[in-house]
Structure formats: structure tokens, C-alpha cells
Design a binder for this molecule. Structure first.
Ligand code: NAD
Length: 490
């Protein structure tokens, strides 16, 4: 963390009540381009006072916004979508610059974010309640969905544009006002999106952005004016946010970390699947909550799956994601690179067999980038550190199983349960797997089982705290309260 403002690199402002205002910060966090190592911005570590200002602005904006007809609220989101399309390439480049993922990956993530805006534009239909006449003689019953008030979201570093769009569009389409805290590591695309919202004629105070870290998160959890909190990040912080914000009486959905198992059956069509398996482990440099982490070949599938994965990773050109031809960018920070390298060392020390070593990868024209090459371990057991911990980097741990039952048992024993995949030609095996998987996002011959914007997104066990998941119909449930009116007219 940097202390003191800098003259050469721009310090980010907060967006409160429709204005860009300086934070009352005493510390700043350096934002890096992870491919280059340069500082490209400074995130103010805002204080509880900044959260107070944002909540006050959101609370002031709430009465008029909730009274704005739902189709008029949707019109703002249509304009926002049009601006996101217009600035699609610029936004994707900002994502690549602050996060490191390749431009194609950034474009894919921005596209997914736009799809969330499209779903929210359906609020006039999706926000509807129910009703029934004559529940007793002359008595009718109506259920309407009402916004909660001021709601907040806290985002992780790995999908800077997309994850905030899981929440923001549905929250405001349903009439809530919103406070967003970006990850301090990647605040730039969220700043751009706030500018686009401003240009969409969103009334001041409907969306507010407070940059920062822990102090902002805790202030959001505690603030009595905030009715609901959406969180995405690691399990430890998800649990903390869930406990702290529910203790303060809020509705909370907290999406946590992952350890995803990818099972390959002997009857898998590897010719058609190996690309998807490779993408699952190494896409976005392994920094996806849906990324494969443990590869579980069953029985005879072991040798061929292992050899083909080792072959496939050779084609993964590592480099600056902004450059054409690069298939895998850097990890987010020097600190995270050290962490991933530490896991590789641990894997070796604990007896896993290192087949491909990503530690020595160098990108000649980017000597200061935070690169880790694709890494493959074989003979990993679940008692090893790399078998248990979320690495969140480009490391595949192959842990062979004797049978599908053993593979499923391996997954079920893990405390995380976010996503999982099976590769097979057998409908029966796929059905058994899907039925007994603990993870709640399951891919069948799909390596990254990402639910589209109109389906629920979220895991189970230590990967998710709460009940209503992100986006889709769950999003509309989460951001509204159901009011029942029972009426008799004389
Ligand atoms: P993180 O938990 O470190 O940070 C997430 C947010 O919490 C950030 O905004 C950060 O400022 C804040 N934060 C960090 N430490 C805190 C603390 N001690 N107290 C209060 N707030 C704190 O997560 P990250 O490194 O930004 O993101 C990667 C993690 O997110 C991985 O574990 C990944 O699996 C998870 N993730 C999960 C999903 C999902 O859908 N389940 C999606 C994306 C990412």
C-alpha cells in the first residue's frame, strides 16, 4: 500500500450523489498493470465516513427512484446497455490492463456483464407479483414485489466489469439504490462503468461507488441504512461478511472461494474435449471461481488425459494479454505470483510429480510482469496442500480415481463446492455425477460451467453463504420484498 498521494499517477475519486468526490483516505493502494508491473492508478482506502456519505446519497435518491415507473427505470438500463456496447472495446481493454487476462477473455467477461443488463431490462415482467381473487367471499389477495431500499455489493478482483454487473442492474431495475465497492486491485473498469451510468441519465445517488478495502467492507456490513449486501470473494471474507452483515439484520448473499474437480471418464471423447479441459484450468490464468483445479481421470483415462493435457499446455503462449496471439496473461499481482509459486514448491515438497513447471516462464518484452506458466502435477492426493487449498492460479493437480464413485467421494469430502465438470460419453455416468455432486454448477462435457445471466449463479457449502444466488430470477427475489395485501371492499 502506498502512503501519500502521487502527482504522476491518478488517484481515483469516489462517485457519490452523482459527483466524483475525493475520498477521506489516509492510505492508497497501488493499482498495477500486471503484465507490465507499472502503477496505473491509486485506489483510495476510503473510510466509514465515505460509506456514510454514499449511503446518505443513496437513501436520498431512493424515494423518487422507487416511484419512477419500472419501465422508465428499464429505459435507463437500455441506455446503459447501448453505451456499454459503444464502449465495449475500450472497457475490455481497461479490464485487460488492470487485471491481466487476455483481450478475448476480457471481451467475453464484458459480454457476460452486458447480458446481465439485458436481463434486468426485463424487470417489468420479472418483477411482477401474483394475485388471487376470492380467497374468501369478496376478499382478494395481491402480492407485489417492492424494492428493499439501499443495497450494496462488494466485488473481487478477478472479473472487474462482470461481477458488479451480476448485481447492479437488477438491484436498480427493481427500484433499489446502490452502493458498490470495487476490489482495490481493479477499480478502473468500474470507474468507467459509473461514467457510462452517469451518461445514461441515471438520477444522482441511485448508484454510488466507494473505493477501498476492509474498512469500507465492514462499514457496509454494519451500516443500519443498508438493507442487503451481495459479496463475491474468498471463503474467509465471504463468511466474515455473511456473519457480520446478517448480525446487523441484513439480507446477504456471499459467494466464496472454490476448489473445482474435473472428472474424466474412460469413455470421454478427448479429441473433442481436451481444449475445454485445458481452458478450464488455464483460462484467465486459473483466476476463475469456475476454473478446474483438480483433474480426476477415472481408471484407464489417466494416462491419455495426463499426456494430452501436457501436450496441450505447450500451445499456451504466456504474455501480455493485450498482445495478439497471447493465450494466457499474468496473475493479478507480485504477491499473488509469490503465493502461486509457493504452492508449486509445496506440491514438490509433499511428493506430487511435477510434469510441467511454470515457475521459470519468462516473457522477454515484459520482464516485470507477474507471469506464472501453466503447471501440471500428477499423483496429487487430497491430503497434500495443493489438493486441498484454492490456488487460484494456472496449476492443474491430477488426482487419479479408481471409479466414478471414488471421484465423487473426493469432491464431496472437500469443504468447497462451487463448480464441477464431468467428461464422458455415458448419459448414466453424467446423470449419477450431476445428482451426487456437491457443487451446484455442473458441466457435462463443459469445462467452465458458467450459468448465463438468466440462471442462478453460486455454489454450495463453503463456496456460498446465503440462500438466494446471484442474478437470474434469484436476483429479482434477492432485491425485492414480497408484500401481500388482503382486501375486502364494501
Ligand atoms: P478477497 O476475498 O480477497 O476480496 C474480495 C473483496 O473483499 C474485495 O473487495 C476486498 O477489498 C475485500 N476484502 C479483502 N479482505 C478483506 C477483509 N479481511 N475484510 C473485509 N473485506 C476484505 O477475494 P479476491 O482475491 O478479490 O477474489 C478472489 C476470490 O474470489 C477467490 O477465492 C475466488 O474463488 C472468489 N470468487 C468467487 C466467485 C463465486 O462466484 N463464488 C466469483 C469470483 C471470485
Amino acid at each position: 500500500m502506498a502512503t501519500g498521494t502521487s502527482t504522476d499517477v491518478r488517484v481515483l475519486d469516489n462517485f457519490i450523489g452523482g459527483e466524483w468526490v475525493p475520498a477521506r483516505a489516509a492510505d492508497w493502494f497501488d493499482v498495477h498493470n500486471p503484465a507490465v508491473g507499472d502503477v496505473i492508478g491509486r485506489t483510495p482506502m476510503s473510510t466509514a465516513d465515505d460509506v456514510e456519505s454514499a449511503v446518505r446519497a443513496a437513501a436520498t435518491a431512493f424515494p423518487a427512484w422507487r416511484d419512477t415507473p419500472v419501465n422508465a427505470r428499464a429505459q435507463v438500463l437500455y441506455r446503459f446497455k447501448a453505451l456499454l456496447e459503444q464502449h465495449f472495446e475500450e472497457l475490455s481493454r481497461i479490464v485487460t490492463t488492470e487485471h491481466g487476462k487476455t483481450l478475448d477473455e476480457a471481451r467475453g467477461s464484458v459480454r457476460r456483464g452486458i447480458e446481465c443488463v439485458e436481463v434486468a431490462c426485463g424487470a417489468p415482467s420479472l418483477m411482477q407479483g401474483t394475485g388471487l381473487e376470492d380467497i374468501a367471499a369478496g376478499i382478494d389477495c395481491h402480492v407485489v414485489r417492492q424494492p428493499l431500499g439501499v443495497v450494496a455489493a462488494i466485488a473481487p478482483f478477478n472479473f472487474p466489469a462482470m461481477v458488479p454487473l451480476w448485481f447492479l442492474p437488477i438491484a436498480i431495475a427493481t427500484g433499489n439504490t446502490f452502493v458498490l465497492k470495487p476490489s482495490e486491485q481493479v477499480p478502473l473498469s468500474q470507474r468507467k462503468m459509473a461514467e457510462l451510468l452517469q451518461a445514461s441519465d441515471l438520477p444522482p445517488g441511485v448508484v454510488n461507488l466507494v473505493n477501498g478495502g476492509r474498512e469500507v467492507v465492514d462499514a457496509i456490513c454494519d451500516h443500519p441504512g443498508i438493507r442487503a449486501v451481495s459479496f463475491v470473494g474468498s471463503t474467509a471474507v465471504a463468511r466474515h461478511v455473511y456473519q457480520r452483515a446478517t448480525a446487523a439484520g441484513k439480507r446477504v448473499q456471499a459467494l466464496g472461494g472454490a476448489k473445482n474437480f474435473v472428472v474424466v471418464m474412460p469413455d470421454a471423447d478427448l479429441d473433442r474435449s481436451i481444449a475445454a479441459i485445458t481452458e478450464s484450468f488455464y483460462g484467465c490464468a486459473g483466476e476463475r471461481c469456475l476454473a478446474g483445479s483438480v483433474l480426476v481421470p477415472v481408471g484407464e483415462a489417466h494416462a491419455e488425459t495426463r499426456d494430452r493435457l501436457v501436450e496441450a499446455v505447450k500451445s499456451l503462449t504466456v504474455g501480455d494479454g493485450a498482445q495478439p496471439g497471447v493465450r494466457m496473461g499474468p496473475v493479478i499481482s507480485a504477491k499473488h505470483r509469490e503465493r502461486v509459486l509457493g504452492y508449486i514448491e509445496k506440491g514438490i515438497a509433499e511428493g506430487a510429480k511435477l510434469l510441467v513447471d511454470g515457475r521459470q516462464v519468462r516473457v522477454p518484452d515484459r520482464p516485470n510482469g507477474y507471469f506464472v506458466g501453466p503447471t501440471v502435477f500428477d499423483q496429487v492426493s487430497m491430503t497434500m496442500t495443493i489438493g486441498g487449498d484454492e490456488i487460484f492460479g494456472p496449476v492443474a493437480s491430477i488426482a487419479p480415481a479408481r471409479s466414478l464413485d471414488d471421484a465423487v467421494a473426493m469432491m464431496r469430502a472437500h469443504p468447497n463446492a462451487n463448480a464441477t465438470s464431468i467428461f464422458t460419453s455415458s448419459g448414466k455416468a453424467a446423470r449419477e455425477f450431476s445428482k451426487h455432486a456437491t457443487a451446484s454448477m455442473v458441466g457435462v462435457n463443459i469445462g467452465v460451467a458458467a450459468p448465463m445471466a438468466y440462471f442462478p449463479f453460486g455454489g454450495a457449502k463453503d463456496s456460498f453463504f446465503g440462500d438466494l444466488k446471484a442474478h437470474g430470477r434469484d436476483g429479482f427475489e434477492f432485491y425485492t420484498d414480497k408484500k401481500v395485501t388482503i382486501a375486502r371492499w364494501f
